[in-house]
Ligand binder design. Structure first.
Ligand code: PHE
Length: 366
């Protein structure tokens, strides 16, 4: 046997016996590493005569290839044996009980807020916010309710005992309308926003709680008129209740910050103690529920928002979110919304995975 064949037999034998990956690597270094036996043979090629090289070259290269291939094959074999051993030793017992399902659900108020954001996003409205602890100027004065205005009395306002650092009277905001002022001042015009949030009034019965939720909407642009308001309200309420037979009653009303002002009622039927939206509230067995106040933004309010009322007009409305939820999902006592009773929540709540979308439906109870 030549030296080369001898070396090849030794190396392939050793590789076949290598017990683990470290053993394979040690052989690779000893043969193909810088000081390795095969690398040593390759170096001898340089000193050979061309004739000799022609004979020895192919043999040495063939040796290197055979060793490289054997190393790779042994490595693969060891790796798959290790995987087999792991698969044999690790087991999953599928008969174990599944972990408990996560409990808890999305509150109907959050659900309705998400539904409204989805509907209005589709109509090009952005979401704006403002503070719940508001100063008197944003909550009243800028909305055309100067200090002596009688409408202030209607708001059952919670006042703070102390004035703030800038000596302003502070209140818990009584509506989301101050966000109109804040957004006009910060963004200018044109504008198309909704502002969802908590509001506070000192009032409590089956349909009033001291804290409740509103979504304000404000559109400021050129040549905006009452028709835009009416279309927006109809489109929004039909999308929200997911039916076309909604009947709205628009009643002339008064708000200091809109002129003219319109209150909007939705017709519903009382079916087995459940409120079902649809039809005129004047039909037998039907009634009206007031869901929002609205109107064309008063010139004084546009001015307080830093805009020129001869150039910019708009409409605004404020929706009672809790009322909408009651009407859509059939609850009859608003106070239960805020009791935190898990039985009520598991009955009326929504799955966290049921995200409202226009295509998938804006709200089907879990
Ligand atoms: N802010 C009014 C309220 O809380 C609702 C409203 C908003 C009316 C915007 C007109 C325009 O009763």
């Amino acid at each position: 046997m030549s030296d080369i064949e001898q070396l090849k037999a030794e190396l392939l034998g050793a590789i076949g016996e290598a017990a683990d990956l470290a053993g394979v690597e040690a052989i690779r270094v000893s043969a193909l590493g810088k000081q390795g036996s095969v690398s040593g043979l390759l170096k001898t090629l340089g000193k050979m005569s061309p004739e000799e090289r022609q004979v020895e070259g192919p043999k040495i290269h063939a040796l290197r290839e055979a060793v490289t291939a054997a190393l790779g094959a042994r490595k693969d074999a060891l790796e798959s044996a290790a995987l087999d051993a792991r698969l044999a030793s690790e087991t999953i017992d599928l008969s174990l009980p599944a972990p408990e399902m996560p409990k808890g659900s999305v509150h109907p108020v959050s659900q309705v807020m998400d539904e409204l954001a989805e509907i209005f996003a589709d109509m090009g409205f952005a979401v704006a916010t403002g503070p719940e602890i508001e100063d008197d100027w944003h909550n009243f004065t800028a909305l055309n309710m100067p200090e002596t205005h009688p409408a202030r009395a209607m708001h059952d306002t919670f006042y703070f005992p102390d004035r703030d650092a800038q000596d302003r009277e502070m209140v818990l905001r009584t509506h989301t309308s101050p966000v109109q002022i804040r957004t006009m001042l910060s963004e200018g015009a044109p504008l198309r926003i909704i502002a969802p949030g908590r509001v506070y009034r000192s009032d409590s019965d089956a349909t009033h709680t001291p804290m409740f939720h509103q979504v304000e909407a404000l559109v400021i642009d050129k040549d905006i008129h009452l028709g835009h308001l009416k279309w927006t309200l109809e489109t929004f309420l039909k999308a929200f209740f997911e039916r076309d037979d909604i009947v709205l009653r628009l009643r002339p009303s008064y708000f200091p910050f809109t002129e003219p002002s319109v209150e909007v009622d939705v017709g519903y039927a009382n079916e087995g103690g459940r409120r079902v939206v649809g039809g005129s509230g004047d039909e037998p067995g039907h009634a009206w529920m007031e869901v929002l106040g609205s109107g064309m933004v008063n010139r004084h309010v546009i001015k307080a928002g830093g805009l020129d009322p001869d150039e910019w007009q708009g409409f605004a409305f404020g929706v009672g979110v809790d009322r909408l939820a009651m009407l859509k999902y059939g609850m009859d006592d608003l106070r239960a919304f805020f009791d935190g009773d898990v039985r009520w929540l598991s009955h009326y709540g929504f799955s966290a995975l049921d995200v409202p979308t226009l295509s998938g439906g804006v709200g089907t109870p879990a």
